[in-house]
Design a protein around this ligand. Structure first.
Ligand code: NAP
Length: 463
């Protein structure tokens, strides 16, 4: 038994189920709302009334930071998981169980409760609104899920205790999963670790797997980065390679192994969308590609974090004139990011028809590759693989560069590409692909775990 943290909206049964689960396991039950009342000597409605929600959140943060590391069941306030600092403390050496219930059940339970309102809306609308606002945070706090509608606290606690003992995948699913991984080209150390995790019975049924889905993907830096972060933050997870030519097979294996998340890379960023239950608005409607899958409570939800990785280092260049080289998967995320910063974007591509198609889709211009010298942009972004090891070609010649040009090369192997070398020699401002990789990975980690990492923490694992 480790710390079991119950998360979820108010009225989903965290306190009653928490007490029963703690009793079943012979460990103490700690309720963060009760600890807040003890610490401040006031009830929660009084804190909200006298000092407002911000003060309440401050005390809640202090209480969560001070929770003991010993075995316990912990019940959290409904909004605690929205705060990244809270998630760092709640997640360390713990398993999070998300409790949910339908709106009618929550409404009936809350009608009897003295809890302060969070909006000016009538109760039912407030519940719907808050569930919607917090949806992503609840997903990020769901190592296991339990719907508590129409069940008693005792029955729900029994079910959770069983789930924590066995994990979600059946023995047969674990055996099939191992067959899937044995069919790939995994290093022996990785395969050994997966054999431990997927043994029947498993060495720890609460360990959740994540990985990179691609073909090939053995070069990915994901395992080093994410496994390093799991150790640093005390997370019971293992990140591995899902290398297979068929994304359908990868998604099937991921679902039956109750995988927590996937990074998606070449060549599956578009095709994976057919295998998802839901796709977020940026990825689906505009970019048309998914690079991150979150599995939560039986659903697979697709996101695109590549565009955020391109956008972040360019926020000071709003409205600039930009040239984008390439019209493939990552170019569509880059074009979306540049347009989001109100840039005037011209797309140049080896196959002009593809440049035209992407330009029409994202309200950009397009032109033939050899028109670069007439465009005089403030920014050029390389979204082709030119310069990626072992290819040493640069997409532009040194005399096409000038000192007030910003050069962003999305290629990150090697860290200093031939294009970046030329740009440095010409006195250009340069941004490397490692910066983009770090930022898109930071966003993935946030979607999976609700923890917003400082840049330095990620960069430690990328040098
Ligand atoms: P993709 O979908 O295969 O698209 C490649 C694009 O590059 C296409 O527009 C293609 O033109 C063009 N291209 C390919 N070879 C070329 C050549 N020899 N000369 C001129 N143009 C060429 O690939 P992608 O997923 O967009 O990835 C592109 C690169 O971005 C990758 O190599 C990777 O290094 C980098 N990347 C970086 C990150 C990061 O986090 N930093 C993330 C993802 C990708 P056609 O249309 O004519 O085929």
């Amino acid at each position: 038994m480790k710390r079991i943290v119950l998360t979820g909206f108010r009225g989903t049964g965290k306190t009653e189920i928490g007490k029963q689960l703690a009793a079943l396991n012979g460990v103490p039950f700690l309720d963060t709302d009760a600890l807040i009342e003890q610490k401040s000597g006031r009830s929660i409605p009084e804190i909200f009334h006298d000092d407002g929600e911000e003060r309440f959140r401050h005390i809640e943060r202090e209480v969560i930071a001070g929770l003991p590391a010993a075995d316990a069941v912990i019940g959290t306030g409904g909004g605690a998981v929205v705060d990244s600092e809270n998630m760092v403390h709640l997640r360390r050496e713990s398993t999070l169980v998300l409790l949910s219930a339908d709106i009618d059940t929550i409404g009936q339970r809350l009608a009897r409760s003295p809890r302060p309102p969070l909006t000016n809306l009538p109760l039912r609308e407030e519940i719907a609104e808050m569930l919607d606002r917090r949806r992503q945070h609840y997903r990020a706090s769901s190592d296991f899920c339990m719907d508590t509608s129409g069940t008693t606290a005792a029955a729900a606690a029994e079910k959770i205790a069983g789930l924590l003992k066995t994990g979600v995948p059946s023995d047969a699913a674990r055996a099939d999963g191992l067959t899937f991984f044995r069919g790939g080209r995994l290093p022996a150390t990785v395969l050994r670790r997966l054999e431990q995790i997927l043994a029947a019975p498993p060495s720890d049924p609460q360990t959740r797997i994540l990985g990179v889905a691609g073909y090939p993907c053995a070069h990915s830096r994901g395992p080093r980065l994410f496994n390093g972060l799991f150790t640093e933050f005390g997370l019971n997870n293992y990140y591995t390679f899902f290398e297979d030519p068929d994304i359908g097979r990868i998604m099937q294996a991921a679902r039956s192994l109750d995988v927590k998340g996937l990074s998606v890379t070449i060549p599956f960023k578009r095709d994976v969308m057919e295998h998802l239950d839901e796709v977020d608005e940026h990825a689906a409607q505009q970019i048309g590609a998914v690079n991150t899958v979150v599995f939560a409570c039986g659903s697979a939800i697709g996101y695109n974090t590549d565009w955020l990785g391109v956008r972040k280092p360019l926020v000071d260049m709003k409205g600039a004139k930009a040239v984008l080289l390439g019209a493939g998967g990552v170019a569509s995320a880059a074009a979306y990011a540049l347009r989001d910063l109100d840039m005037d974007v011209t797309i140049l591509n080896r196959t002009p028809a593809k440049a035209k198609e992407l330009a029409q889709q994202l309200d950009c211009r397009w032109a033939a590759w050899n028109t670069f010298d007439h465009l005089h942009p403030d920014l050029v972004v390389n979204a082709t693989p030119l310069g990626m090891e072992p290819d040493t070609r640069s997409p532009l010649t040194a005399d096409q560069l000038y000192p007030d040009l910003t050069v962003f090369d999305l290629v990150y192997t090697p860290p200093i590409t031939p294009l970046i070398e030329q740009a440095l020699a010409k006195g250009c401002r340069t941004i490397t692909g490692t910066g983009m990789f770090a930022e898109q990975a930071r966003e993935q980690f946030y979607l999976w775990f609700g923890i917003d990492l400082p840049d330095e923490t990620i960069r430690k694992y990328l040098t």
